[in-house]
Ligand binder design. Structure first.
Ligand code: 3HC
Length: 294
């Protein structure tokens, strides 16, 4: 199963990064979005990052142009027909994902690999709605995709060894560190990271420190690049809440349950960096901690 042409459904936070790293690795990439505005915004982010790399002298202008030339942004899912791998990076909503896969089953050529970038939803539920459950795996990237080395390659109960081998080969071509894992909610990284982030919020609720103190402590004491509350804002509080919900449903353990503060902030529309406010306010030059009013 050789992959030459990649399709990416969704050009948001994760989709634009997956599109960029795939095109940088030499793949032809078709990328779709729901509307022109979202598509242009995602391609704009890729152009900006390539432009910055050229300014810093890390990339030749001709190479940046070649990366953009390999990307075909379109609103027509029909363009996925001859892709060898189609990856979804749309909203973490199972019904939306199932609808997408039903449509793509009728469009994409037989033998092509399908993959979901879900952070916690079951891979097999999505695979089972397609015409090729054996050719369906999870490919879980990390934010920012251009920067984080890891790619989790997830085997569902139906994924064939050939599909896993093709997913691993794709990850290696992207120069990612690949780790094989199983279809259990949260896989490896979120299984460990999500309870830690939730505990950071619970610690804030219990008064172990202020927002800045909790973040500073984990940076200075454990060598993390970001403290847990900064990282929660970076991942997206809405995303964190939804991952916690899926993991709590699967494992029924308190450590996966979203703390009340997280629920309330999400209800208020405080989603973190993407909405301009979470545990920090991002409207100024530097993020400023905002007490969520516990
Ligand atoms: N998008 C693309 N590139 C970015 C970026 C972004 N959002 N942020 C930073 N970069 C790039 C910069 O362009 C720069 O590239 P260069 O070295 O080629 O010039 C490089 O990263 C370093 O940038 P900075 O000096 O500005 O930033 P830092 O050194 O402070 O690093 C960071 C930024 C890489 C984001 C670092 O803070 C970090 O590693 N944070 C933790 C991120 C993390 O844990 N991610 C995983 C989240 S969990 C997840 O995604 C799973 C999901 O299912 C929830």
């Amino acid at each position: 199963m050789e992959i030459k042409k990649v399709g990416v459904a969704g050009c948001g936070l994760m989709g634009h990064g997956i599109t960029q790293v795939s095109a940088e690795a030499g793949y032809e990439v078709v990328v779709t979005e729901l509307d022109r505005e979202r598509l242009d915004a995602g391609i704009g982010k890729i152009s900006k990052q390539l432009g910055r790399a050229v300014e810093k002298g890390k990339l030749e202008q001709s190479d940046a142009d070649a990366v953009l030339d390999r990307i075909n942004p379109t609103l027509d899912q029909g363009e996925f027909a001859d892709c060898d791998l189609v990856l979804e990076a749309i909203t973490e909503d199972l019904d939306l994902k199932l609808d997408l896969w039903k449509q793509l089953s009728g469009i994409v050529k037989e033998g092509a690999l399908f993959a979901t970038n879900t952070s916690s939803l079951p891979v097999i539920t999505q695979a089972a709605t397609t015409d090729r459950p054996e050719n369906f795996i999870g490919l879980h990237f990390f934010n920012p995709v251009q920067r984080m080395p890891l790619l989790e390659v997830i085997q569902s109960v139906a994924s064939s060894p050939e599909a896993m081998a093709a997913g691993l080969a794709y990850g290696e071509k992207l120069n990612k560190t690949t780790v094989e894992t199983k279809d259990k909610a949260g896989f490896i990284v979120n299984r460990l990271l999500v309870p830690y982030l939730l505990d950071g919020i619970r610690g804030l609720e219990e008064g172990i420190g202020s927002i800045e103190e909790i973040d500073l402590a984990m940076k200075a004491g454990a060598g993390h690049p970001m403290g847990p509350l900064t990282l929660a804002d970076f991942v997206g509080l809405d995303t964190l809440d939804s991952i916690a919900g899926v993991m709590f449903d699967e494992f029924r353990e308190r450590r996966f349950a979203a703390p009340p503060t997280l629920r309330k902030m999400v209800a208020a529309g405080f989603y973190g960096v993407k909405s301009g406010r979470g545990f920090y306010d991002y409207s100024g030059e530097k993020p400023v901690a905002v007490n969520p009013g516990l």
